[in-house]
Design a protein around this ligand. Structure first.
Ligand code: GDP
Length: 339
């Protein structure tokens, strides 16, 4: 088997035409969805064109989900939470897709979500879809892949999209910019509740959950909740006009989920009736467009003749401090623009 060229296998894996992928997705064929996501993750120029066409044609079927961002430091219990939360959403009749942004995965050459022991029951449920983190490429590219995957999952019929950030401070803003509601999981502990969480991230959260509020931890969690409540009172009102809510929760003991579902319902009622939901989605589309411009430009450049040589030459000059990064980039661009 080792003689098989993995690149060939990859090519073969996304061989179906845009038409076939579209048809498969609209007929809820999971393998078509997986292949379509592989296509949006591909770095090959002809795949990019196919991916754009596929997404354009599927657009009328997208948008009808709640996009829920979930973050928290490693170890806070995100995967345990998502497993319980996801199964409860399914019990309520929803179909759940879980996507993740992990800025470290291109460095570690593997993704945390790729670990099969995570979210086992959810991963094998017929009404759930868990996609490992896209790895490789620049951060902007990783974000684009996740955004496009959201649209593909919506076209398929998933009506709850959970976007998890597995990062430690780099990807929260990106997740905030691609979701409708932002949920921050926190840990209770001896005064270190807010440790490791930047104020900016707390300010983005619509719902703050003190996690692992069970057993001996319960009273600590209550104290942490009071502390967080008083800390966020000093924050400016978010653009949604929603007052962020704080609660305790245990995924293992399954405590606090009723309240979480109520809060989510209140949030969406507020957001929709106040017009924020639509406003935010439109703003996000424009911001995706701006990001896509930068991404497309980079992609185009990367595929120009001698780009890598020219980049290397300029990179050396920057490292030797003979040139600023700005003029190095300008020189590369100039060399491809008509004079
Ligand atoms: P992640 O790194 O944020 O995805 O965290 P994990 O979901 O892998 O959980 C980290 C550890 O916290 C594991 O040992 C879990 O068993 C534990 N954990 C997760 N949720 C809870 C909870 O609700 N209560 C308690 N006591 N432990 C939990």
């Amino acid at each position: 088997m080792s003689s098989i060229n993995p690149h060939f296998q990859f090519q073969k894996a996304i061989d179906p035409s845009v038409e076939a992928l579209m048809d498969g997705i609209l007929h809820q064929n999971l393998s078509a969805l997986s292949k379509a996501i592989t296509l949006v993750e591909s770095g090959l120029p002809n795949h990019r064109g196919m991916a754009n066409e596929l997404i354009d044609r599927l657009l009328p079927f997208t948008g009808k989900s709640q996009r829920i961002g979930i973050t928290g430091v490693p170890g806070v219990g995100k995967s345990t939470f998502i497993e319980t939360f996801g199964l409860k959403l399914i019990e309520k009749g929803h179909r759940v897709a879980v996507l993740a942004i992990d800025p470290t995965s291109s460095i570690s050459h593997g993704s945390i979500l790729g670990d099969k022991t995570r979210m086992n029951s959810l991963a094998t449920h017929p009404n759930a879809f868990i996609r490992p983190t896209p790895s490789g490429g620049n951060l902007g590219g990783v974000h684009r892949k996740t955004r496009e995957s959201i649209l593909l999952c919506e076209a398929f019929g998933f009506d709850r999209i959970l976007v998890e950030t597995v990062g430690v401070g780099q990807s929260e803003t990106a997740v905030h910019h691609m979701t409708d509601v932002f949920l921050l999981l926190l840990l209770s502990g001896a005064g270190d509740e807010l440790q490791g969480i930047k104020r900016g991230i707390m300010e983005m959260a619509d719902l703050l959950v003190i996690h692992k509020a069970d057993g001996e931890n319960q009273s600590k969690a209550e104290r942490a909740m009071a502390e967080v409540k008083s800390a966020i009172r000093l924050f400016p009102t978010p653009p949604s006009g929603w007052s962020p809510q704080v609660q305790t929760l245990s995924s293992i003991e399954q405590l606090g989920f009723d309240s979480l579902f109520q809060q989510l319902e209140s949030y969406f009622n507020h957001s929709i009736t106040q017009g924020f939901f639509d406003f935010n989605r439109k703003e996000q589309s424009i911001s995706w467009m701006k990001d896509a411009l930068g991404d497309a430009l980079f992609f185009w450049l990367e595929n120009q003749p001698q780009f890598h040589e020219r980049w290397k030459t300029q990179e050396e000059k920057v490292l030797l401090q003979q040139k600023s990064p700005f003029s190095a980039v300008s020189e590369i661009l100039q060399s491809y623009l008509p004079q």
